[in-house]
Ligand binder design. Structure first.
Ligand SMILES: Nc1ncnc2c1ncn2[C@@H]1O[C@H](COP(=O)(O)OP(=O)(O)OP(=O)(O)O)[C@@H](O)[C@H]1O
Ligand SMILES: [Mg+2]
Length: 315
């Protein structure tokens, strides 16, 4: 577990595989040894989450034969697995395998994309997310989303967090709600004296935590994060990873990442996707290769494609 204090971050970074990848082993011409060490470190991190972190937990999302297409072109198909409460679940896989597409289906953001169509069933606490009478706006309130690039509005820090609260009519105790959200996002101490300043005056890492605060303010149940740290430096990245570790106590988190260390570090459960050519049509689309406890995927993957990906030999 990393801490948010600077020395904690630096300590944990020096212990990180990304730092140890070019160690004396490389210098003396033994890249195989460096690779083995980084694999051992990944396995150690993945093992921290236990063998079956999902056991006894409620299912938040049930994905049943889910396929998503854009104007008839299948982007991702045949996805089936469950996502459990108060865990962090990572989506990993090569570019274009449909991670963002699947994530956007889980809070009906795909409704806003022309031509996007979801087949199969996605349940949320047992209810069909696309069923008759389900209000997509309410779905997006309960299932918040944080994007790859921090996207604060050109408004004050305060107004960014208050934005969703005002839209959803959650205006009682507005200042308290804003403070709570900023505290939850581990940003309060850095911004409490400049709440009226423009959000655009914040650093990239602070902007991303502000976007997390904005998502938290409207009291969601789930936070979907699409590569939330990919535009950030290593220190800001670790701050986001620490935050995921804390937030999962209160929320269910799904996080897309290209970073294997990040998946091994923060995710209790992992789903690995790949790109496959359809036998009949030859069209390429994303497929789920395997999903389960992060320790299984990183230490004892059941599919050779998973092993190749997590060991960096593919993708
Ligand atoms: N709005 C869209 N309209 C049409 N096709 C799209 C749209 N968004 C994504 N696609 C297609 O769907 C497929 C999956 O894309 P997606 O962005 O979900 O992949 P990804 O796994 O998130 O990739 P990356 O790791 O690069 O972010 C790709 O072939 C992409 O071209
Ligand atoms: Mg993506």
């Amino acid at each position: 577990m990393h801490t948010n204090d600077k020395s904690g971050i630096i300590d944990s970074m020096s212990d990180d595989v990304s730092q140890s990848e070019s160690t004396e082993a490389d210098v003396v011409g033994e890249p195989g040894l460096a690779l083995a060490r980084s694999q051992a470190k990944l396995a150690e991190m993945a093992g921290q989450h236990g063998d079956s972190p999902q056991s006894g937990r409620r299912v938040v999302f049930g994905l049943e034969d889910v396929s998503v297409s854009y104007s008839g072109m299948v982007a991702i198909r045949d996805v089936a697995f469950d996502i459990h409460e108060n865990l962090a679940t990572a989506f990993i896989g090569p570019s274009g395998c449909g991670k963002t597409t699947l994530l956007r289906s889980m809070n009906r953001m795909n409704d806003l994309i022309q031509g996007a169509e979801v087949a199969g069933r996605i349940t949320y606490h047992g209810q069909d997310l696309f069923g008759a009478g389900v209000d997509a706006v309410e779905v997006r309130r309960r299932i918040g989303m944080v994007f790859q690039r921090p996207n604060p509005f050109p408004k004050s820090i305060y107004d960014n967090v208050a934005f969703g609260l005002r839209i959803h009519g959650m205006k009682d105790n507005l200042s308290d709600r804003v403070e709570q959200a900023l505290r939850h996002a581990a940003l309060w101490d850095e911004v409490k004296d400049r709440l009226k300043h423009s959000a655009l005056s914040l650093s990239g890492g602070q902007q991303q935590r502000l976007c997390i605060a904005r998502a938290l303010a409207i009291e969601p149940d789930v936070i979907l994060m699409d590569e939330p740290a990919s535009a950030l430096d290593p220190v800001a990245t670790l701050a986001i990873e620490d935050l995921v570790g804390v937030l999962k106590n209160d929320y269910t988190i799904v996080i897309v990442t290209h970073n294997m260390q990040q998946a091994a570090r923060v995710a209790d459960m992992t789903a690995f996707f790949s790109v496959d050519a359809d036998e009949k049509t030859g069209n390429r689309s994303g497929v789920l290769v395997e999903s389960g406890p992060t320790s299984d995927l990183f230490i004892r993957p059941s599919d050779p494609r998973t092993e190749a990906y997590v060991t960096g030999r593919f993708g």
